[in-house]
Design a protein around this ligand. Structure first.
Ligand SMILES: [Fe+2]
Ligand SMILES: [Fe+2]
Length: 267
């Protein structure tokens, strides 16, 4: 077991830099949103993913088992993403939020096929494990696991948002989740390399790609969210509720992966 000498610090919770080109009204509306998200972001920062995985409280085998569940179940978390964004955009257009709706529809294609990265990573991690451990793991089994409570909650949140009265809240969900890659991704990658060795990076293509890709996506989400809030200030509560629910559901999925890694007694 390792101890964390680079444990997450409070400054990691700081909101990202705001776009200096955003107009002042947008910045004000945006600040109100950020304020409402503080509690949910802190819950995530205090979740077992951060304290136990990034904080290196797991032994190496359990850490590796966590990665296998994280990537295998991650396929279910990411496969519908482009469809969710496109359908939310189409509903926004249908109910009159045309600017955001068109932006979402256009952006959806940038998320297509990312589940293939997670699937490839799950298979690579299983292969890596099986090459050195007699407790054989079947990749096909991991990739066909039923949705956990956290995964189901995350899927349900999207479907309810798309079908409900606030399809525009998809932008808050995207903003919070893609921002996780930017905020926590680099720490997660460093911990993975420290625990399992730098060669594990070849099994973490999803995370590596998203740490880079989601900088731009987060900027896009922030700009769209700011514009929407400025034009529709009454949407603040719905946006903040969806953003917080997305963080809680994503934290639930990560906790489920930790629970599975413990139950399967791979350590
Ligand atoms: Fe993605
Ligand atoms: Fe993205």
């Amino acid at each position: 077991m390792s101890t964390a000498d680079d444990a997450p610090k409070a400054e990691m919770l700081d909101p990202p830099m705001l776009d200096p080109h955003q107009d002042p009204a947008s910045l004000t509306a945006f600040a109100a949103y950020e304020q409402r998200l503080l509690a949910a972001r802190r819950r995530f920062a205090e979740s077992r993913f951060v304290t136990d995985v990034i904080g290196r409280k797991l032994d190496d085998a359990r850490f590796e088992a966590f990665l296998m569940f994280f990537t295998a179940l991650g396929v279910q978390m990411t496969r519908p993403v482009d469809s969710w964004i496109r359908r939310a955009g189409e509903r926004c257009i249908a109910v009159g939020f045309t600017e955001l709706g068109h932006a979402l529809v256009k952006h959806a294609v940038h998320e297509a096929g990312h589940d293939a990265l997670f699937e490839q990573d799950a298979r690579s991690l299983v292969k890596r494990w099986n090459a050195k451990d007699s407790r054989h793991i079947d990749a096909a089994h991991l990739l066909t696991l039923p949705a956990t409570a956290g995964v189901a909650r995350y899927v349900q949140l999207h479907e309810e948002t798309i079908a409900g009265p606030s399809p525009f809240a998809q932008i808050a969900i995207e903003y919070e989740i893609e921002q996780l890659s930017v905020t926590w991704g680099p720490h997660f990658i460093r911990t993975c390399a420290a625990v399992l060795g730098p060669d594990v990076s070849t099994c973490l293509t999803f995370v590596h790609d998203h740490v880079a890709l989601d900088v731009g996506h987060t900027q896009f989400n922030r700009t769209q969210l700011g514009r929407f809030l400025t034009a529709h200030p009454a949407s603040l509560a719905a946006l903040a509720a969806a953003g917080a629910a997305a963080l809680d559901a994503y934290g639930g999925y990560l906790s489920d992966c930790l629970e599975l890694a413990a139950q399967r007694a791979y350590s």
